[in-house]
Design a protein around this ligand. Structure first.
Ligand code: NAI
Length: 260
């Protein structure tokens, strides 16, 4: 018996990166996992879980649509008979640099995937969730304040932080907790350009230099936080967004030469 034995978890954006790491971890901890992503590589995530002796179903869909959410929630109910954990994690950047001339279509698409997506997932999952269930959304340090991402992306993630707070409050008394994680810079397909560029220039040690842990993070380190927030061990944690960023968001910008 492990902490998620007998439970069913949905992870969106599970084709790679943080979502795949979380799906694998929850499965190792006993959960039956529905892994959803628009990228068919999500089937590999489900295969990895099954090959390791776990239970998993892949759903290839746009998770930020009503039909997509019904597909992955339906898979949890039909295949595994319930729904205990939702990790609303799928996201896009819309580009890696802040642009004041961002066109409306790109801006809207970022909001659709990053903010509407978690909302549609929550709204569709809730009728199937009972007391003890838990929702974890992936926000970002970019949603806490400026300086960690493009404008639409940062605004969408700020929205996710409030979505966590507002839905936790709206669920008052129902025994369903809603929390979020705010990752810092994590080594995933989303940041591959940056990591590849740094590695090509032999400057990988510069990655994460602005946080006091002085390194970038690994997707497994975010998965650990998600699993904890989704577990009964975090039963009194509700409406919170936990920064998992090596300490980046704990400090004001500083001039390195002043550091001891
Ligand atoms: P990733 O690019 O590997 O994961 C995002 C996944 O979402 C991809 O597999 C992608 O196919 C999927 N996706 C995008 N739009 C979708 C849609 N409409 N329907 C279904 N799936 C869709 O990158 P990563 O880093 O694992 O991202 C996971 C989450 O973590 C995202 O929400 C991201 O914004 C967030 N995050 C990542 C950080 C990083 O440094 N990598 C930092 C802070 C937050």
């Amino acid at each position: 018996m492990t902490e998620f034995t007998g439970k069913t978890a949905i992870v969106t954006g599970a084709a790679g990166g943080i979502g795949r790491a979380t799906a694998l971890l929850l499965a190792r901890k006993g959960a039956s996992v529905v892994a959803a992503d628009v990228n068919p590589a999500v089937r590999d995530t489900a295969s990895m879980i099954r090959d390791a002796g776990g239970r998993a179903e892949a759903v290839v869909t746009d998770v930020a649509t009503d039909a997509g959410a019904e597909a992955f929630v339906g898979a949890a109910i039909d295949r595994f008979g319930g729904l205990d954990v939702l990790h609303a994690n799928a996201g896009i950047t819309g580009g890696l640099v802040p642009r004041l001339d961002e066109d409306s279509a790109t801006f809207l698409e970022v909001l659709r995937v990053n903010l509407l997506g978690p909302w549609v997932a929550i709204r569709t999952a809730l009728p199937h969730m009972t007391r003890g269930a838990a929702i974890v959304c992936t926000a970002s340090v970019a949603g806490l304040r400026a300086g960690a991402g493009p404008i639409a992306y940062s605004a969408s993630k700020a929205g996710v932080i409030n979505l966590v707070q507002s839905t936790a409050m709206a669920l008052s008394g129902r025994g369903i907790r809603v929390n979020g994680v705010a990752p810092g810079l994590i080594d995933t397909p989303m940041t591959a350009l940056l990591y590849d560029d740094a590695r090509a220039k032999g400057r990988e040690d510069r990655i994460g230099q602005l946080n006091p842990t002085r390194r970038g993070g690994q997707p497994e380190e975010i998965a650990e936080a998600v699993a904890w927030l989704a577990s009964d061990a975090a039963g009194y944690v509700n409406g919170q967004v936990l920064a998992v960023d090596g300490g980046l968001s704990a400090q004001h910008p500083f001039t390195p030469k002043w550091s001891l």
